[in-house]
Design a protein around this ligand. Structure first.
Ligand SMILES: [Zn+2]
Length: 502
């Protein structure tokens, strides 16, 4: 299907196939218009960035070079994004988190300003932002949204390798070329989103006659207040804007309990991949995405088949949601979360599958976001029955929880499950699993060579499918919906979603 790039012919074929499979299994169309598809537009923004970005201090000026020192993209979906003579204010982490009593803005009027911010979230105290674990507050997406809520004209994140979890070159490549978004609605937006390298940020603050190390130290206090740097800046980006359409595919199996059938257990998997692109050395230009994420799509259809085969359906309703444009930035799941076909307060849980285990049975499995909700107990009892151990994410500082489709559900308050393949493989020596996973990541991940191959071993994938199937069944048949761990970052969103039902 040509790698299922959004809006391609293969994309349409894949969506049609999924809808036909769901119909065959006995699911009903689940989109708002009574069909299988929830269409949405994708906006492409290709910004031309100025060679330098300048800042003035009285009569003096300092400039930073694009690529080596700064990168930036348009925050608006129009041909021109522009900041004119805006004051630059250092706002620490740029975080507003009532559950931790933390507010970096302290009510200061920041409208029209450019906010200079530290990356990550406070990580030195286990009682504050869960210590070393990166919460959503520590992700760059949160920081640009946070600046927009303040009415800022722009925001600049200071890159350091420890606070990002990757070197500046990842920022350079990730922030150049066409960027994709959902169409703008009424959410607040900044004109320009930027990054400065660590050296450039130090130079900028020195130019203001201050010391970034001291500002960073001050930002560690709960009493921190924004610091105007006494600098102004202007920048204009011109962009080419494009627009194409793809769709989520949605099927529903109604629950049997008249009181609970209005509530849903949702299974998600993204159906898109990268489409046709630059050929590899073998001349293959089709990015098949067999593991990423034809495998997860097949796993989800298999669960649908198992649930539809019950003589009586579970008490709550089941939704299979195949989202599009995940590779462009979780766009399909974001669109569903902002345009849900059922009220978020009635979605009991989301169970997400992305890139199944193709290497065999494992003695362990990783739950990304272990500790966040009452779903832990559900999963633990099933993995115990499977004779497997449930493990927390080994790289919790990388923020994997916020980088796949189930996160779109967490943001609207829905407790969510997302697993990573186990590493301890039955009948294999220690370290073998990590070797396979690393080899895949280095050779096949997002390459034409991610293709179905005879050496795929489906036994582990089947066990992972059973885990999600049993978990969904237990959630669907329980008297109560699952809950977030008290004090979790998404508990407030759940309370709002439930309050919205009345
Ligand atoms: Zn991918």
């Amino acid at each position: 299907m040509g790698g299922r790039g959004p809006a391609s012919e293969g994309d349409v074929m894949a969506r049609t196939y999924i809808a036909e499979e769901m119909a065959r299994l006995g699911f009903q169309p689940g989109a708002a218009d009574g069909g299988w598809e929830q269409p949405f537009d994708i906006v492409g923004i290709d910004a031309a960035t100025p060679e330098t970005w300048s800042f003035t201090n009285g009569d003096a000026e300092v400039s930073f070079e694009w690529w080596n020192q700064y990168v930036a993209t348009s925050g608006v979906q129009s041909e021109t994004a522009s900041i004119k003579n805006a004051e630059v204010v250092f706002v620490g982490y740029g975080i507003e988190a009532p559950e931790f009593g933390w507010n970096d803005f302290k009510g200061m009027d920041l409208s029209g300003k450019v906010l200079l911010m530290l990356n990550n979230d406070p990580d030195w105290d286990p009682d504050l932002f869960e210590g070393k674990t990166r919460l959503y507050y520590g992700r760059w997406t949160y920081k640009f949204e946070s600046a927009a809520r303040q009415g800022a004209a722009g925001a600049i994140i200071i890159h350091t390798t420890p606070s990002a979890g990757y070197p500046f070159q990842v920022v350079q490549t990730g922030w150049s070329g066409e960027q994709f978004e959902l169409p703008a609605e009424d959410e607040p937006r900044i004109q320009v989103s930027g990054w400065l390298s660590e050296d450039a940020a130090n130079a900028l603050v020195s130019f203001a006659g201050m010391d970034l190390a001291l500002l960073t130290e001050a930002a560690r206090s709960i009493d921190f207040e924004p610091v105007p740097l006494g600098l102004t800046t202007s920048i204009t980006l011109t962009s080419e804007i494009s627009r194409v359409q793809t769709a989520n595919v949605i099927g529903v199996l109604p629950g049997r309990d008249p009181d609970l059938a209005a509530e849903y257990v949702v299974y998600t998997a993204h159906h898109d991949h990268l489409g046709i692109g630059i050929p590899n050395d073998a001349g293959d230009s089709i990015y098949n995405g067999a593991r990423d994420n034809a495998s997860g799509t097949a796993m989800t259809l298999a669960i649908g088949r198992a649930i539809a085969a019950h003589p009586e359906p579970p008490r709550r309703s089941t939704m299979l949601l195949f989202v599009g444009a995940e590779e462009q930035g979780l766009l399909g799941s974001k669109y569903f979360a902002t345009h849900p076909t059922v009220p978020p307060g009635r979605i009991a849980a989301d169970i997400n599958y992305d890139s199944g285990n193709i290497w065999g049975r494992t003695r362990n499995i990783t739950l990304i976001g272990l500790g966040k909700s009452s779903l832990d107990a559900v999963v633990r009892s099933i993995t115990e029955r499977q004779g497997r151990t449930l493990e927390a994410d080994h790289f919790s500082d990388r923020g994997y929880y916020y980088r796949s489709d189930q996160f779109s559900f967490a943001k609207i308050g829905v407790p969510a499950l997302y697993f990573h393949t186990g590493t301890d493989f039955v009948g294999r020596p220690e370290g073998w699993g990590e070797e396979q996973i690393n080899a895949y990541t280095n050779t096949n991940y997002h390459q034409p060579s991610d293709t179905l191959s005879d050496d795929w071993n489906f036994e582990g994938m089947i066990e992972d499918v059973r885990l999600g199937y049993w978990a969904g069944l237990e959630i669907a048949n329980a008297d109560q919906m699952p809950t977030w761990t008290p004090g979790d970052e998404f508990e407030a969103a759940r309370k709002r979603a439930i309050a919205d039902l009345d």
